[in-house]
Design a protein around this ligand. Structure first.
Ligand code: SAH
Length: 378
């Protein structure tokens, strides 16, 4: 076997994972703390630069380990300041990451899978099918790359103040690789983000929401998109497995664990599909008096889709109705659409290995196979 193949990539190992690595090599576990700081806080790729490690330890690391960053293929800068990177995930595949600067914060939107198996009918990533899960190294690598590539904020802080899993893929369908990344994002030895500033967004994989509640206390966003099962089955097919009542019960349990911290419900505004005042009333009834806020997302079109964005005044009226019924409701401002970086436009380069969507006639057709895949790995 070649030398490279036997080395361990330390990128993506949580503190626990690094401690196990050092113990297995007869070293003190606290070395993990030093190495975490070098890799994430100082952004170092070479063991020789880790000057507080002994020469013999550096030699050991050079022979047994590696720090392999993600390979960037392209960077696009929007006129509104949004930045999008395309990262290679091997074999001609690529995933996308988006940075959205705002006056008070900088949000990095990261990908968790190459493609997505869930097949939400209005999503560009879903339309491409599924190739594979990203590794923890590839997921945290997006954050590390962005932080090194972007200038610091005026106050000297990192440009990235918030991380959201709203890029390509369903993070809870890649649970094993997600958890070490969440640990790295919040650990004081690496990025030290507050748990409220790390948001996992899910189409509603109930068993994994329950697990996440126990394993990692981060903010949760749920892609609801419809107030009734019939419509949600069409838009978010995983609803056939975990319908709205079950999903919402799980959300309230999640919120209760964390002193009733609010859960964000995402709701894509699709013209003449889910955007009437009757839908708004129904949605308000579902979420009233619960720790919920609603984030309306104007639909972002992509090639091949038959959906259209709701008119601006429809969105405004919908939001107004939710507010009148006592909900906190906001509308997401569309950013970076000149570089195809807006919500749901991330497509990267995915060759579908699993869900066989290429043979399908139109985007939005339902796929039973995708749902079966989810059940198998849930
Ligand atoms: N799999 C995760 C992350 C998806 S992307 C999830 O389902 O939550 C983040 C958000 O963008 C989700 O709410 C998703 O439904 C929404 N979205 C997908 N396609 C969109 C589009 N074309 N326009 C607007 N929002 C879209």
């Amino acid at each position: 076997m070649s030398d490279i193949a036997t080395k361990i990539n330390l990128l993506g190992l949580s503190q626990g994972g690094l401690e196990r690595f050092f113990s297995a090599h007869g070293e003190k576990p606290y070395r993990a703390r030093q190495v975490l700081q070098w890799i994430y806080q100082r952004g170092i790729d070479s063991f020789d630069e880790m000057t507080d490690l002994s020469k013999s330890l550096r030699a050991l690391l050079n022979s047994e380990a590696d720090i392999i960053p993600l390979e960037m293929q392209a960077r696009h800068d929007s006129k509104d300041g949004t930045v999008k990177w395309l990262f290679s995930s091997g074999f001609g595949q690529a995933v996308e990451t988006v940075f959205i600067p705002e006056p008070a914060r900088g949000t990095l939107c990261i990908s968790s899978q190459v493609g997505c198996a869930l097949d939400c009918s209005f999503c560009a990533t879903g339309a491409q099918g599924f190739n594979r899960n990203l590794t923890s190294a590839e997921i945290i690598g997006q954050v590390r790359h962005a932080i090194r590539d972007l200038p610091r904020r005026e106050n000297g802080d990192s440009a990235v103040t918030n991380v959201v899993f709203m890029g390509m893929g369903e993070p809870l369908a890649n649970y094993r690789n997600l958890v070490p990344v969440l640990e790295l994002l919040v650990s004081d030895l690496s990025y030290g983000l507050s748990r409220r500033r790390v948001t996992v967004s899910t189409a509603g994989i109930v068993p994994q929401i329950k697990k996440l509640g126990k394993d990692c206390n981060v903010a949760l966003a749920v892609s609801l998109h419809a107030p009734d099962d019939e419509l949600r089955n069409e838009l978010v097919p995983i609803n056939k497995v975990h319908p709205i009542a079950e999903l919402l019960d799980t959300c309230w349990e999640y919120a209760a664990r964390h002193s009733n911290r609010f859960i964000t419900f995402e709701y894509v505004m699709l013209r003449d599909v889910n955007d009437t005042l009757a839908h708004a009333n129904h949605l308000a009834a579902l979420l009233k008096n619960k720790p919920a806020k609603v984030n309306l997302i104007p639909f972002n079109p992509f090639p091949g889709t038959e959906y259209r964005r709701s008119a601006a005044d429809t969105i405004q009226q919908f939001q107004g109705r939710l507010q009148k019924r006592g909900l906190v409701a906001t509308t997401r401002r569309t950013r970076g659409d000149d570089i195809d970086a807006a919500c749901g436009q991330l497509a990267g380069k995915v060759s579908d290995r699993v869900t066989n969507r290429l043979g399908r006639k139109k985007v939005g057709q339902k796929s039973k196979k995708a749902i079966n895949i989810r059940i198998a790995s849930a």
